[in-house]
Design a protein around this ligand. Structure first.
Ligand code: SF4
Length: 261
């Protein structure tokens, strides 16, 4: 199936109300969780692509360990491209699904080399968001979330990636009630993000999803967004007594900690 490559534009009629709601929630989250600050050193686009693959279906600590092991064992991405698959599997096994992920990483490196003749993707900096997005999602195994993470975290541009946490919370809050997939939510959300707040809102929503608006046990009784929320179960859930987690590891995000070669 051909992948959709168009970034959504800022048009539509319902957007004024939705924009105000999103801006208000982004502000409330900054008051609750602070304004996140990006690391000084930018990760290279290819590092970010590989880190995003490693982060799938595991937690950020495990995937970060897999990423650092891989970088220690293979100093360059050319080394990974030329390595035996079994050596890559051994290096990333702490991240889970090592067989599938090693095959995806190898294929991705092969395809980038074939298409661009290099594994250095720094030329992306000269492209527009739309061009970068189109180029990245044309690569096998790279979807909307991965491409938008590269643009936000590595190139530091305004784009709002949507993962499963953000998909779930936007639906519960009633911002994207008709979205059936994270990719649909991605399209709805782009024009709604307050200027300059893509990184802050993305990061804070993920933290909020890990600590408060959890998938199976949302802490509605403790929730600072209760009045903004359209989740039909919120009243029933607010009767359940539990406290927000203070565990620090919920704040750790692999894509904030990837460093360049
Ligand atoms: S009220 Fe409950 S469902 Fe709504 S945002 Fe808060 S924790 Fe999530």
């Amino acid at each position: 199936m051909k992948k959709e490559s168009k970034l959504p534009s800022n048009t539509g009629s319902y957007q004024l109300g939705a924009k105000r709601k999103v801006a208000h929630i982004a502000l409330l989250l900054e008051e609750l969780l602070g304004i996140p600050v990006q690391a000084r050193q930018r990760a290279k686009p290819l590092d970010m692509l590989i880190a995003t693959i490693l982060s799938q279906n595991t937690n950020d600590q495990n995937s970060y360990r897999a990423f650092t092991n891989l970088r220690e064992k293979f100093p360059t991405w050319e080394d990974v491209l030329n390595a035996k698959t079994s050596s890559i599997i051994a290096a990333i096994k702490t991240g889970g699904m090592a067989n599938q992920k090693s095959a995806r990483i190898k294929n991705l490196l092969k395809e980038i080399k074939r298409q661009y003749g290099t594994l250095d993707l720094s030329f992306l900096k000269k492209k527009t968001n739309e061009e970068i997005f189109e180029m990245l999602i044309s690569l096998d195994g790279v979807g909307t979330k991965t491409a938008s993470c590269v643009i936000l975290f590595s190139l530091r541009r305004e784009i709002f990636p949507v993962d499963t946490h953000i998909f779930r919370i936007c639906n519960r809050l009633g911002i994207t009630v008709h979205s059936k997939t994270p990719d649909q939510t991605f399209e709805v959300m782009q024009p709604l993000i307050p200027e300059g707040k893509a990184y802050s809102f993305h990061t804070n929503l993920i933290r909020f999803g890990r600590k408060v608006c959890k998938a199976n046990n949302p802490l509605c009784g403790e929730c600072p967004l209760y009045d903004e929320c359209a989740y039909p179960e919120k009243e029933k859930r607010s009767m359940v007594l539990s406290a927000p987690s203070k565990r620090k590891e919920f704040d750790f995000m692999i894509l904030d900690n990837v460093s360049g070669q």
